[in-house]
Ligand binder design. Structure first.
Ligand code: NDP
Length: 248
């Protein structure tokens, strides 16, 4: 298939890493739809600028990944426009960082519902379509927090490790139908998610990164776009870090 015939869905694509992935997929000629939950203005501006710059279709759809019915409606909207979905990037994610002792039950459930169940919801709706197509590629945006322990992030780490388990199992389940599933595990990437961290925490993190700089959203987008491309056609069930050497 040519890139121009492919259709992608990126969850949480209005800003941060998701927006960088939307931009890069569109720059490669792929039609892109993305979901957002709160960032309406950013979503509308991104869809307009991506369509204008690349000339490909770019659809912004309000859909909370925690709600199966909203995910289902988003998928129906994309099917109505394009009749297929070739690429799914499960990117939507949140943090609610507290040590276990102060972590509220709601902080646990919010993070699990968004980061892990959100990815399940999208896969549940889109994998049947890919099975019928006999092709498809999924990338789950995990985190190095799913590979190594991070104090104050037991909820977040659990979801990101969970995404890795889901990736490996789904890759085995769907390989015979030409569906590939991989995970990307970013380290410290400069987005709104990390912007609010204290200067002392940022300095301490920088100290531990061998490349001595934080990553950019486009670094994650580049790896993700490689994994969804035909150049990665023999790669499935893998977990790929993009972390400046943090976990080396
Ligand atoms: P941001 O906080 O900048 O963006 C988060 C995105 O997720 C937004 O687009 C937001 O959309 C969306 N989102 C959150 N909740 C929902 C929901 N319920 N339904 C739909 N969309 C939702 O984070 P990043 O761009 O940094 O993170 C993107 C992904 O990368 C996340 O999964 C994160 O865990 C992961 N990651 C980030 C790292 C980093 O250092 N930044 C490191 C490792 C992994 P809206 O604003 O519309 O709610």
């Amino acid at each position: 298939m040519n890139s121009s015939e492919k259709v992608a869905l990126v969850t949480g694509g209005a800003r941060g890493i998701g927006a960088a992935i939307v931009r890069q997929l569109a720059a490669e000629g792929i039609s892109v739809a993305f979901t957002y939950s709160k960032s309406t203005e950013q979503a509308e501006a991104l869809a307009a600028s991506v369509s204008g710059a690349s000339g490909v279709a770019c659809l912004a759809i309000r859909a909370d990944v925690r709600k199966m019915e909203e995910v289902a409606a988003a998928v129906d909207q994309i099917k109505a426009a394009h009749d297929r979905i070739d690429i799914l990037v499960n990117n939507a994610g949140i943090v609610r960082d507290w040590p276990l002792i102060t972590l509220e039950e709601s902080d646990w459930h919010d993070v699990v519902d968004t980061n892990l169940s959100g990815a399940f919801n999208a896969c549940k709706r889109i994998v049947p379509l890919m099975l019928r197509q006999r092709s498809g590629v999924i990338v789950n945006i995990s985190s190095v927090a799913g590979l190594v322990g991070v104090p104050g992030q037991i909820n977040y780490s659990a979801t990101k490790a969970g995404l890795i388990g889901m990736t490996r199992s789904l890759a085995r389940e769907c390989a015979s139908r030409n569906i590939r599933v991989n995970a990307v595990a970013p380290g410290f990437i400069r987005t709104e998610m990390t912007e609010g961290l204290s200067d002392s925490l940022k300095e301490a993190s920088l100290e531990r990164i061998p490349l001595k700089r934080f990553g950019e959203a486009k670094d994650v987008a580049a790896l993700t776009c490689f994994l969804v491309s035909d150049a990665a056609s023999y790669i499935t069930g893998g977990v790929f870090v993009v972390d400046g050497g943090l976990t080396a």
